[in-house]
Design a protein around this ligand. Structure first.
Ligand SMILES: Cc1ncc(COP(=O)(O)O)c(C=O)c1O
Length: 415
């Protein structure tokens, strides 16, 4: 071994394996006593991230040798379309893409987003009214930091994607629940909402309820927001995943929407790109400016090669989206028809890849989900999405029809 190699070897064994002796640590000027680690109050009040907990329980069952069918987390099982991957590969060979991107995204990416909206009849100025996001979760998580002061109220749907509430808490804001109930079509009753909030989150097609909203609902939101000076953030992660000829409207197609808020889009579900981390925010230029200011101080943007792939996704052939919708439609029908056949009362969703089902036997959503887990089926308990999710479980259609059929068989044996 050369001297250099042996030094490297020794350092690896000292540092790499963390075998730092007290004597050696003292020599380095350190101490072996653990510092007392105190988390911030805002971290202390955060619930554990639901899906991480479910993953742990699932892993425990698998370790016991149980073959688990995972209808829990909404992560597509299908591959990203090849033309999008090819675009990434080409862009990954371009030296220009190795440098820091701008946090608001390449102009060409924002132009592609603008082109995408133009097809919906909505004009977006790529210079001022659009920003790339490192996945839509990132934009949602950062938005309250731009507008919320300590104690400011933020209206969040309940049940909902947990990040609206968590992002509000991280910005020291106060989340105010807007119940989504079956008797109101899982739309918030905006007449009952407080009028002194600063920000409001909505999400249609909806996760977890799979409900859809029409333009009258969006008009009521725009009126309410402009009367009360409330910023609207519409999370449109599932806008393109619709069935039976239904087309989900963009919030920005509502007259006046551009004056009150933004829409957050995601490439994750439409193009099976959850791992790529790419999305966008579009809408009111002042809101986008606030979000961009936060982002420019906290992140350095999405890898440009991923943005190139995003451009390929949005401007390229859309037949893969049609094929994906067909695939989910078959799964939706297999699950809903299967559940109906075993006596459950289930609505067929018009959009998303979720099915939101009342717990059939009156037990709590957590108890029921645990029973299903013991039978080798992971579903998400409604309570994990908020208090008003109690009484429901959510199925994600992210497994093949044959697996869904097997899940229904197992369900029949459990209840
Ligand atoms: C409603 C909703 N919004 C946003 C996201 C985050 O998506 P992205 O992968 O773009 O961060 C999800 C992911 O499941 C979601 O369900």
């Amino acid at each position: 071994m050369s001297n250099r190699k042996s030094l490297h070897f020794a350092m690896f064994h000292v540092f790499g394996s963390c075998a730092v002796t007290p004597h050696f640590a003292a020599y380095l000027g350190g101490s072996m006593a653990n510092a007392t680690i105190k988390y911030s109050k805002r971290l202390d009040v955060l619930p554990p991230y639901l899906f991480a907990q479910i993953d742990t329980l699932k892993a425990e069952k698998e370790a016991q040798g149980i073959n688990v069918i995972d209808l829990g987390v909404g992560d597509p099982d299908q591959p990203t379309p090849p033309h999008i991957i090819d675009s990434l590969v080409r862009a990954a060979h371009n030296d220009a893409n190795y440098r820091y991107p701008s946090s608001e995204g390449m102009l060409s990416f924002r132009e592609a987003v603008s082109e995408w909206y133009a097809k919906k009849g909505i004009a977006i100025d790529p210079a001022r009214e659009a920003s790339a996001l490192i996945g839509s979760k990132e934009g949602i998580a950062h938005l309250p930091l731009a507008f919320i002061n300590r104690g400011d109220k933020v209206l969040v749907p309940d049940p909902a994607y947990p990040v609206y509430r968590i992002a509000t808490i991280l910005a020291d804001g106060k989340p105010i629940s807007m119940p989504l109930t079956a008797d109101h079509g899982f739309l918030p009753d905006i007449d009952k909402a407080v009028n002194d909030a600063k920000l409001l989150f909505i999400n249609y097609p909806n996760n977890p309820t799979a409900a859809v909203a029409d333009s009258d609902f969006f008009k009521a939101i725009v009126d309410y927001a402009s009367d009360n000076d409330i910023i609207v953030c519409h999370d449109a992660a599932y806008l393109e995943l619709t069935y039976d000829g239904y087309v989900a409207p963009s919030f920005l197609s509502t007259p006046g929407a551009m004056n009150v808020g933004i829409e957050i889009g995601s490439l994750s579900k439409t193009y099976n790109m959850t791992g790529w981390r790419i999305g966008f925010a579009v809408g009111n230029a002042d809101v986008i400016a606030g979000l961009r200011k936060v982002k420019s101080n906290l992140d350095s943007g999405a890898f440009q090669a991923v943005q190139e792939a995003g451009i390929a996704a949005m401007t390229g052939p859309q037949d893969t989206v049609e094929a994906l919708k067909k695939l989910y439609l078959g799964r939706r029908d297999a699950l809903v028809d299967g559940l109906r056949n075993i006596g459950w009362s289930v609505d067929k969703p018009k959009a998303t890849f979720y099915v939101w089902v009342p717990v059939p036997d009156g037990s709590s959503s957590l108890e029921f989900s645990m029973r299903l887990l013991n039978a080798g089926i992971v579903v998400t308990p409604g309570i994990g999405f908020g208090d008003h999710g109690e009484g429901y479980i959510r199925f994600a259609l992210t497994v093949p029809v044959s697996t869904i059929e097997e899940a229904v068989k197992r369900l029949q044996e459990v209840i």
